[in-house]
Design a protein around this ligand. Structure first.
Ligand SMILES: Cc1ncc(COP(=O)(O)O)c(C=O)c1O
Length: 401
């Protein structure tokens, strides 16, 4: 670790609330590459946890930020901003969601909070305000999104839990159907569970959820914070499954690294959120919107989504070979460039070995090595990553003995 890291780490320990334990410092990024404080180069298969989906310091996005930051950064939502409705139109029209309307916020948790409020606003008209979410899900760290999150460990110590949420097993329609009591106003799920371990939803399950929501007049809410914005090879995650929800939340990659989030909902529901019912000071600033519009332009012009599908299946095919080779590698799971190498043991040591080989990866659940490279990743870089994973698995296998 370099001098700069050590000096900074001292300040971190003294002045920052100790919620994080950063073991590395990166000072520069370009595309799928990061450099640490000693100038060492890394291949990034985490993309800031699916945030820098176009790679670090993407030319289009950086140019848009540079121009906009000299024009206008923030004005508040008391005044019209010339970019926010343009971005909302772009998202709504390209989603195919009928009469979609968008609300902008700043993070995934805040996006989900807004979507939860929307569902309650609709449900409360008929005395219903319980939301069903899924076991193993992750929806954020605010109190309502923690209550929606289907992993109790995140709530520990922060009791009492916010009321109005209950969880059922994911991809289990019978359990879901049983849980739809007269107080339920919405069903909330991730189309591919991210933090929980890269579990894609079954298409047939989603179709049944859609039909159940229609039948019971309840909202189908999809958290696309991690699996959306091109990650699965479609602009929106639900487009990969052919099932249209009533509302989705989005954040992370929407502005390729500038903080932005939001929810998009069918007008029937969104129109209930009238003036004064919800707000966010920073939501949809001109600066964040300029970056997000550049992201959308990249989807339109740079073949990003096509690359995601092609390189995603290329990587999954290559990783499959490790399932036959090592008995502790159970399967490869995922969609697009949201990929999990599923082990039968803790995946953190494997991710640690890979970091020493200058490949940045993540874990999910306890046993999944999670790969979320930029969507612009090349096959050549995919080959480098797969080779490093092969070497790391070999070392890991020896350590297991
Ligand atoms: C599916 C999902 N929802 C919500 C969140 C929370 O997002 P944020 O950390 O921006 O609040 C995350 C973060 O990992 C996520 O993966």
């Amino acid at each position: 670790m370099g001098k700069l890291f050590n000096e900074t780490n001292e300040k971190f320990a003294k002045y920052c609330v100790p919620t994080y334990a950063p073991a590395k410092m990166f000072v520069r990024g370009e595309g799928a590459r990061l450099w640490d404080d000693e100038g060492v180069e890394y291949l990034d298969f985490a993309a800031g946890i699916s945030v820098c989906n176009l790679g670090h310091c993407n030319e289009r996005v950086s140019r848009a930020i540079e121009t906009q930051c000299r024009r206008l950064v923030h004005i508040s939502n008391l005044y019209m901003n010339d970019l926010m409705p343009v971005l909302a139109e772009k998202l709504a029209v390209s989603s195919g969601m009928p009469d979609a309307q968008v609300f902008f916020a700043n993070s995934g948790a805040e996006a989900n909070e807004g979507m939860i409020k929307l569902a309650r606003k609709y449900g409360n008209q008929t005395g219903r305000n319980t939301i069903i979410s899924m076991d193993n899900s992750f929806h954020g760290r605010t109190l309502a999104t923690l209550a929606a999150t289907g992993r109790a460990k995140y709530r520990k110590g922060f009791e009492p839990d916010m009321p109005g949420f209950k969880q059922v097993p994911f991809n289990d329609f019978e359990a879901l159907e049983k849980a739809v009591t007269p107080d339920v106003c919405a069903i909330m799920l991730e189309m591919v569970q991210g933090e929980g371990g890269i579990y894609p939803a079954d298409v047939e399950y989603l179709k049944k959820v859609r039909a159940l929501c229609d039948e019971k007049d309840i909202l189908m809410l999809c958290d696309e914070v991690q699996c959306g914005m091109g990650r699965l090879g479609t602009r929106f995650a639900f487009q990969s499954f052919g099932v249209i929800p009533d509302a989705i939340s989005m954040a992370k990659a929407i502005a390729n690294g500038l903080p932005m989030g939001g929810f998009m909902a069918r007008k029937k529901f969104a129109s209930l959120m009238v003036v004064g019912t919800h707000a966010s000071t920073f939501g949809g600033t001109p600066l964040a919107c300029a970056a997000a519009l550049a992201v959308q332009e990249a989807f339109d012009k740079d073949g990003v989504l096509e690359n995601t599908i092609e390189v995603g299946s290329y990587i999954m095919d290559k990783l499959s070979a490790f399932v036959d080779k090592y008995d502790f590698v159970q399967t490869v799971r995922g969609k697009g460039l949201m990929i999990g190498l599923v082990l039968n043991c803790n995946a953190a040591p494997l991710s640690g070995i890979l970091m020493k080989k200058n490949l940045i990866t993540l874990t999910a659940g306890e046993t999944v090595l999670r790969l979320l490279p930029p969507l612009t990743i090349t096959k050549a870089d995919a080959d480098i990553a797969v080779a490093k994973i092969g070497e790391a698995l070999e070392e890991f296998a020896k350590e297991q003995k």
